[in-house]
Design a protein around this ligand. Structure first.
Ligand code: ZN
Length: 337
């Protein structure tokens, strides 16, 4: 069995992880007091300049004062500080989902307070005042507010103090009726997920496995190429903000649809190019785009298959590049339409 580029990365990571664990244990006693400050991960600000697909919402003067010029709204004046509805809080500027209502609590401070953020959605940076920790949208850099630790409000002991003006609220009931799912396989899911998570109108992206024969497949099983699964992503999107055709076009432009059962260094049927449609319109849209690419001379091998069960990949595969601050190694955007 050939060892693909990604499989060797995963192996190297396993070795590094053991090394880091040992180092961490040695340093633990020295670090406990510093654990409460912001993590030392690299700010992910590349997305702001590199993302071709991102368009920003127009901001009012008030929103611009807070979001761009890092202002603060008056306490007890924002429209979400008392909001108890179930749903998601999105970035006002780029619509990236930032906080879930399940993390919201009443702090009495007059600003919406959350004891957790959606993984990878919020970036912590030292504030210009030298004391506090500022929080910004990891996707577009919009100023959100500050994060405070050890105040004892909830068991997580964290308070993301956010300006209402930096947020949009998407009620759960509305999201359930207005969102649609799309599933794509285009080689290593890390890179595919990376590109889709930056597209406006995309509410969530998960890495996983689909199109195979076994239930609950693990990464190691899928890697053998014998389960029939493809590494894939499941996108939940708001069709009023982004069309399926836009998603499918992006899919064909961030991987090479002419490579059969491989993508760059990753070889095997688990890296095949496939569109898994969830309704007839998606199927027609994908087939139309494949026909367009063929007239342009691309010998597209992408299969169009009916969506089957999507099995979530292990947690360490989710938001891989966002967590690691790297760029995808074999998913580079190339305009084809
Ligand atoms: Zn944003």
């Amino acid at each position: 069995m050939p060892v693909s580029g990604k499989q060797s990365i995963v192996r190297i990571q396993e070795i590094i992880a053991v090394g880091l664990l040992l180092a961490h244990l040695l340093l633990l006693s020295a670090c406990t007091r510093n654990n409460l400050s912001f993590p030392a991960d690299t700010p992910r600000l590349i997305a702001q300049t590199e993302n071709r697909s991102m368009t920003y919402n127009k901001l009012s003067a008030d929103e611009e004062r807070v979001i761009v010029h890092k202002g603060t709204e008056q306490p007890f004046t924002g429209k979400y500080y008392l909001n108890k509805e179930k749903g998601s809080y999105l970035c006002r500027r780029c619509d990236a989902p930032l906080f879930r209502s399940s993390a919201k609590f009443e702090s009495g401070t007059g600003w919406p307070s959350f004891d957790d953020a959606i993984e990878g959605a919020v970036q912590q940076i030292p504030d210009a005042d030298g004391r506090r920790t500022e929080i910004v949208c990891a996707q577009c850099g919009a100023h959100l507010g500050h994060v405070f630790f050890s105040e004892g409000f909830t068991s997580k002991n964290v308070r993301h103090c956010v300006n209402s003006v930096s947020l949009n609220f998407l009620p759960e009931a509305v999201a359930a009726t207005q969102t649609e799912k799309a599933v794509f396989a285009g080689g290593c899911f890390w890179g595919v997920e990376y590109h889709f998570s930056k597209l406006k109108g995309v509410l969530s992206v998960k890495s996983g496995y689909t199109g195979g024969v076994t239930d609950h497949p693990s990464y190691k099983q899928v890697c053998t190429g014998t389960t029939g699964h493809a590494e894939a992503i499941e996108v939940v999107f708001d069709p009023s903000l982004v069309s399926y055709e836009t998603l499918a076009k992006l899919f064909f432009e961030i991987h090479d649809p002419t490579q059969l059962n491989r993508q760059g260094p990753d070889i095997g049927t688990q890296y095949r190019s496939a569109v898994f449609y969830t309704n007839e319109e998606q199927k027609k849209s994908a087939e139309k785009l494949i026909a367009v690419l063929k007239t342009k001379g691309f010998n597209v091998v992408t299969s169009v298959e009916k969506a089957a069960t999507f099995w979530d990949a292990e947690a360490y595969h989710q938001d891989y590049y966002q967590k690691n601050g790297h760029q995808p190694y074999c998913h580079i955007y190339q305009k084809r339409f």
